[in-house]
Design a protein around this ligand. Structure first.
Ligand code: NBP
Length: 476
């Protein structure tokens, strides 16, 4: 008997993916560097389906039906390269290696090019949804060649999450496109989490609500347009009481957020592409600031406004405003992320369909949300929007939210409660709206000190003014 697909790397993710394949009726070859994990998987879950365990790489490869489909789920970076090298030597032209780890898309492009030389399809695949998603249905973002998707697509679509019967898996584009989109997904996740955290902070510190009360507010929001996985788990976390102390759980957690680096990659890549992902950047920086206990300790005595909390009715109105600010800022975060995806797609010639990306994010992944349907609709419409913000539905939503959004940003500034995500999103929105930006002055300054030239509003051409001389303008 041969396996339809194989999984090597049987830590939490690989093991759950292998089980997911098996539960869908696929015969799965399983392998791990340390074979105890392979045995443990078969002992514990062998009854769930058909597993073919292998102790060595050679045995593993021999178990796969040609053309071979081999999924690697090991630690990103050097371990992934080591495993690719080990297996590539054993494969034949036409075989496929799927890297389901969180690789940087530049590594995926390098690996894909190297394996293509040898006739092997390398399919860098973003997989979102964590441990539970891997088992019950993740969102899957495969890159690689269209030929590889023809062979892999059906089996990946089988195990993906489904929303309205549509699998949350689609071929994103060639080489690194899948990992690029997964990276931006994680960047949006950072932004979304930061915005939710700011909403929580404002409801607590400005409106005077306790965590259990904020949990109720979030529960309410989760039955409206903000319905999403992150809002749902936020309500759960805020309602949770610490068993040791009887205090709200969130109050006993140290306020230092960590990061594994995909948010940082998103921002680094956006800087290279020249895309303003200010919401994602603020989220990365807010985590970073939280971790600097030294400068935070030094800053604690800095003066601020006297602490005040809104009274009952004002607090209730404020909570409604925060819902609007959160929704509007979230729209901006997605608009910025999609802009980055489109810029990456242009830069690397990937022809990514943003509407399809929104569609496969509707289920399985951490940023799954009701409003992704609206994004898909916007990009499916005959007049594709230049920015998500200019699509009819979103323009109207922002028009309805903007007064409240401005009040929330103003209140946060007045009360001295940091809301960098809300503020950056609003500034981006106002930046797009502005018929004229102060960039004109910046360009003039650049010409003054560095002869960097400028363009005029009234004539074509490039100009320089002799600032240190007669201040006459010359065409250059
Ligand atoms: P880990 O990222 O913790 O990796 C552990 C696995 O890598 C084990 O199977 C280990 O084998 C294997 N491995 C290592 Br480490 N070095 C190796 C080497 N030189 N040769 C062969 N195998 C090696 O596992 P994970 O948390 O399941 O994540 C797997 C991938 O999925 C990662 O790239 C991760 O970023 C990505 N991912 C994770 C999540 C999540 O929620 N955890 C979500 C989405 C994507 P051993 O057992 O012999 O040590």
């Amino acid at each position: 008997e041969r396996a339809h697909i194989g999984v090597t790397g049987l830590a939490v993710m690989g093991r759950n993916l292998a089980r997911n394949f098996a539960r869908h009726g696929h015969t799965v070859a399983v392998h791990n560097r340390t074979s105890a994990k392979t045995r443990a998987l078969v002992d514990e879950f062998g009854h769930e389906g058909s597993f073919l365990p292998a102790d060595t790489a050679e045995e593993f490869v021999a178990l796969l039906e040609p053309p071979r489909r081999l999924v690697i789920m090991v630690k990103a970076g050097a371990p992934t390269d080591a495993v690719i090298d080990e297996f590539a030597a054993l494969l034949d032209p036409g075989d496929m290696i799927v890297d389901g780890g969180n690789a940087h898309f530049a590594d995926t492009r390098r690996r894909e090019a190297a394996l293509r030389e040898r006739g092997i399809h390398f399919v860098g695949t973003g997989i979102s949804g964590g441990e539970e998603g891997a088992l019950l249905g993740p969102s899957i973002m495969p890159g690689g060649s269209p030929e590889s998707y023809a062979a892999l697509g059906p089996i990946l679509e089988d195990i993906a999450a489904k929303v309205d019967g549509v699998p949350c898996c689609a071929h994103i584009g060639p080489d690194g496109a899948g990992h690029f989109v997964k990276m931006v997904h994680n960047g949006i996740e950072y932004a979304d989490m930061q915005l939710i955290a700011e909403a929580y902070d404002l409801l607590g510190r400005a409106a005077g609500l306790r965590p259990a009360e904020i949990a109720e507010v979030f529960q309410g929001w989760n039955s409206g347009r903000l319905e999403s996985y992150l809002i749902e788990i936020t309500a759960d976390v805020l309602a949770h009481t610490d068993a040791d102390t009887g205090r709200p759980f969130v109050d006993v957690v140290q306020d230092r957020a960590e990061q594994k680096g995909t948010g940082r990659w998103t921002v680094q890549t956006a800087l290279d592409l020249g895309v303003p992902v200010s919401g994602i950047a603020e989220a990365v920086f807010a985590r970073s600031l939280s971790g600097h206990t030294d400068i935070r300790a030094a800053g604690r005595g800095l003066p601020g406004p006297a602490p005040t909390t809104l009274d009952g009715e004002a607090a209730a109105r404020f909570a409604d405003d925060v819902e609007q600010a959160l929704y509007a800022s979230k729209i901006v975060a997605y608009a910025q992320g999609i802009h980055q995806i489109e810029a990456g797609s242009t830069e690397y010639d990937w022809a990514i369909d943003a509407g399809r990306v929104a569609e496969i994010w509707r289920g399985g992944c951490i940023i799954r949300a009701r409003f992704l349907n609206r994004i898909r609709e916007a990009y499916d419409s005959p007049q594709r929007p230049e920015s998500l913000l200019s699509a009819d539905y979103f323009r109207d939503a922002l028009a309805g939210a903007q007064d409240a959004w401005r009040r929330v940003v103003a209140t946060s500034a007045e009360l001295g409660i940091p809301a960098p995500g809300f503020a950056a999103a609003l500034a981006y929105y106002d930046g797009l709206r502005s018929p004229r930006l102060p960039a004109a002055l910046i360009q003039a300054q650049r010409d003054f000190f560095g002869a960097h030239t400028y363009r005029r509003v009234d004539r074509d051409g490039t100009f320089h003014t002799e600032w240190s001389g007669d201040r006459k303008e010359h065409a250059v």
